[in-house]
Design a protein around this ligand. Structure first.
Ligand SMILES: Nc1ncnc2c1ncn2[C@@H]1O[C@H](COP(=O)(O)OP(=O)(O)O)[C@@H](O)[C@H]1O
Ligand SMILES: [Mg+2]
Length: 261
């Protein structure tokens, strides 16, 4: 596979209200790589995603998304390359819109449709919903869906623009075990079907990282504790240091689980 650089953070720091929230963060993500960003609450994970998706400007350093430097490239252009799945976006959706419309609206970077979309977009929306295992509820209203189903609709929405990068911010936080596993299966399917798609999955819980994520960035108070191959980064030693308690990391069928010891 040809390795294109999808995203590069170069010595990025972020100050919010005179607090250093991120300090000298550097990493590079190539096409087809799946990265997880892990760290305790307040360690700066969401701040990184906000910078990537153009909601925050870095105070220092440089961020490049697909060859375009953040700040020089227009935001609408950027957002066509990068999709964002989070509960923040979920809250912006209108509950009595139907599922297919919400997915198709992603094509226009909007949260709802204001006119009749071209047939090609509708077909594409249906195909994406099928891929995510959401067949049969395209005509349903968002308010009729479970949280897990809504989260899948958000993924579908972000796939409408064929992004090169897809980012997730704690997508499983509101989900119970069953809907969590069904949602994670959706991510695994996307990963299999779209080999070139780079993904970033942010979480403070290592047991929900899908098995297809093989790279990790471990954050601690806005600094990088470790980065690289997941098995070298999410180790018992690193996790214990990061969370301040003794944990042992166990691997089971490609997923990681923390045992408190
Ligand atoms: N709008 C804001 N105003 C003040 N402080 C903020 C704001 N957003 C984030 N922070 C601070 O930045 C730090 C990192 O936050 P965040 O990136 O949301 O962490 P995480 O997603 O890892 O939980 C935290 O200490 C948080 O309190
Ligand atoms: Mg967060």
């Amino acid at each position: 596979m040809k390795q294109t650089t999808v995203l590069e953070f170069s010595h990025v720091s972020e100050d919010i209200q005179n607090n250093r929230v991120l300090s000298d963060i550097s990493f590079k993500i190539h096409s087809g790589e799946r990265w997880t960003i892990v760290g305790p609450n307040g360690s700066g994970k969401t701040t990184i995603l906000k910078i990537i998706n153009g909601y925050l400007r870095p105070s220092e350093g440089k961020v490049t998304v697909l060859g375009g430097v953040l700040g020089d490239t227009s935001l609408p252009e950027m957002r066509k390359k990068s999709g964002f799945v989070s509960s923040y976006l979920d809250n912006l959706l209108v509950s009595d819109d139907n599922v297919l419309d919400v997915v198709v609206s992603g094509r226009y970077g909007a949260t709802r449709l204001w006119g009749v979309p071209p047939l090609g977009d509708v077909r594409k929306g249906r195909k994406i919903l099928r891929e995510l295992g959401c067949i049969g509820f395209e005509g349903r209203m968002l308010s009729e869906l479970s949280q897990g189903e809504r989260q899948k609709v958000l993924i579908g929405r972000s796939l409408m623009v064929d992004p090169s990068l897809l980012t997730f911010d704690e997508p499983c936080a509101p989900l119970d075990l069953g809907s969590r596993e069904s949602f994670l299966k959706g991510i695994e399917t996307i990963a299999e079907d779209r080999r070139e798609l780079a993904m970033i999955y942010v979480t403070h819980r290592i047991d929900e990282i899908p098995a297809c994520f093989t790279k990790a960035l471990l954050l601690h108070k806005g600094t990088t504790l470790a980065q690289g191959d997941i098995e070298k980064v999410i180790t018992s030693k690193n996790l214990s240091a990061c969370y301040g308690i003794k944990v042992e990391v166990k691997r089971w069928r490609g997923r990681l689980y923390p045992l408190v010891i």
